[in-house]
Design a protein around this ligand. Structure first.
Ligand code: PLP
Length: 446
């Protein structure tokens, strides 16, 4: 029998409904057959540098033997067992123990889910639960930010601050409020005299709290570096003020570190850049480098103690079939071992500086308005006019396609091209990202 062609694969693939689907969006997909390091190989013979590490998650790169072996060994021994009602398994126990205090001091309790959306829904439910147990049952609202992406389960959808994710799924779940993010390139709120963008963006949180009433607000959720919303790196003064405001009004701070967790920004967890500690941490993606589906939340000791002292009628009735999945947790443990051994945060710091410096050189193109990043997560914003900063998503889409034709995968997020390569990338491969993107821009410019 002859080998299926790429056209055969695409025909079969039409049986899938792909994420964020529109009939026009998946006409000509890359059919990926194999990966090695930062490289993807397609059925039609293309070799592509994956400048996005899949979806910001394949930090160890593709084809990692150690992770494959960890999954195989655990599957043979025990792939799964219930984590409900008086049972546990060894990898989940070991991983929870390893993670205790690993991200932030005082966050010693982990609840496992299968991904980032489930993690964030778990965070919102836990915040509500916490306040009910504290005798403050009206504290239910969640404040999030415009441009935020928190996932697609029902709560996470409406915590997300990108309207296109809401349009066809309304009515909106009430009690999710959105305030502007501290976007240093295009902050769309007025500054008060002498105010920095970080101070102004934090003030908008305080104003929202006063408007809604602190007695009605459970939590504020933020990605330390906003990802899907366009790789927004906050000014240094933003999160320390946010922490103070949350403390002042008794509001839990949820850090959505689904992208930024496990080294991507040059620290193990990104709020460390600003010496800030959340009350709840959401994680997923890079905990397994995408080799298994795993996410979860970590809780402060104070929240854990509040759960501990509940009466039977107040049990924390939340959990998934795959909470604490044995194989996924074994892969997570092995991945953590690799990340520590190979010092991934330091790699992200050093190689991130190199990537950012390389991308900065592209500012000489008349349509590159802004280049920003922290560690190995960078954004290149495409504009039709540098003076007016008019965003040009159509041109960004053309550059994305031209780069892909040159064997470089990025991700167009509106007018921003995102780069978030595996942390296992080397210096030449970093330079190759810049070279291929530059060549794509040259082609467009002519
Ligand atoms: C910051 C952030 N939170 C949550 C999610 C949702 O995670 P998942 O797709 O695993 O449900 C994502 C996914 O990209 C994300 O970037």
């Amino acid at each position: 029998m002859s080998k299926p062609t790429t056209a055969n694969w695409i025909e079969k693939d039409r049986r899938q409904l792909h994420p964020v689907y529109h009939p026009k969006s998946h006409i000509d997909p890359l059919v990926v057959e194999r990966g090695e390091g930062v490289w993807l190989y397609t059925t039609d013979g293309q070799k592509i540098l994956d400048g996005m590490a899949g979806l910001w998650n394949v930090n160890a790169g593709y084809g990692n033997e150690e992770l494959a072996r960890a999954a195989y060994d655990q599957m043979k021994q025990l792939a799964f067992t219930s984590n409900f009602a008086g049972m546990t398994n060894l990898p989940a126990t070991l991983l929870a123990d390893k993670l205790a205090g690993f991200a932030y001091e005082g966050l010693n309790t982990t609840f496992f889910a299968s991904g980032g959306s489930e993690a964030n829904d778990s965070a919102f439910k836990t915040a509500r639960y916490y306040w009910k147990r504290k005798g403050k049952p009206t504290k239910t609202k969640i404040i999030a930010r415009k441009g935020a992406y928190h996932g697609v389960t029902m709560y996470a959808t409406f915590a997300t601050g990108l309207e296109k994710y809401h349009t066809m799924f309304g009515p909106a779940i009430p009690d999710f409020i959105h305030i502007p993010a501290p976007n240093a390139y295009r902050f769309d709120s007025a500054l008060q005299p002498g105010e920095t963008i970080g101070q102004a963006a934090a003030r908008l949180l305080e104003e929202a709290i006063l408007r809604e009433g602190a007695e009605n607000i459970a939590a504020f959720i933020a990605e330390p570096v906003m990802g899907v919303g366009g790789v927004i790196v906050p000014p240094d003064d933003y999160f320390p003020i946010i922490r103070q405001i949350c403390d002042k009004y008794e509001i839990l701070l949820i850090a959505d570190e689904v992208i930024t967790g496990f080294g991507r920004t040059g620290e193990w967890f990104a709020l460390k850049h600003w010496n800030v500690k959340p009350d709840i941490l959401s994680f997923a993606k890079a905990i397994t480098s995408g080799y298994a589906q795993l996410g979860g939340i970590q809780l402060s000791d104070e929240i854990r103690e509040t759960i501990e002292t509940a009466s039977e009628g107040e049990a924390w009735m939340h959990g998934y079939t795959y909470s604490g999945h044995a194989m996924a947790c074994a892969v997570g443990l092995k991945n953590l071992e690799i990340m520590e051994r190979d010092n991934y945060p330091a790699r992200a710091r050093e190689l991130g500086k190199r990537l950012l410096a390389g991308l900065q050189t592209l500012k000489e193109f008349p349509f590159v308005g802004d280049v920003r990043g922290l560690g190995l997560v960078c954004g290149v914003e495409i504009v039709s006019n540098k003076e007016t900063k008019t965003a040009d998503p159509a041109l960004a889409a053309r550059i994305f396609k031209a780069a892909q034709a040159r064997g470089l995968r990025s991700r167009p997020l509106g007018a921003v091209l995102a780069f978030s390569p595996p942390l296992a990338i080397n210096e030449e491969e970093v330079d190759e990202i810049v070279r291929r993107l530059g060549a794509a821009m040259d082609g467009i410019g002519q």
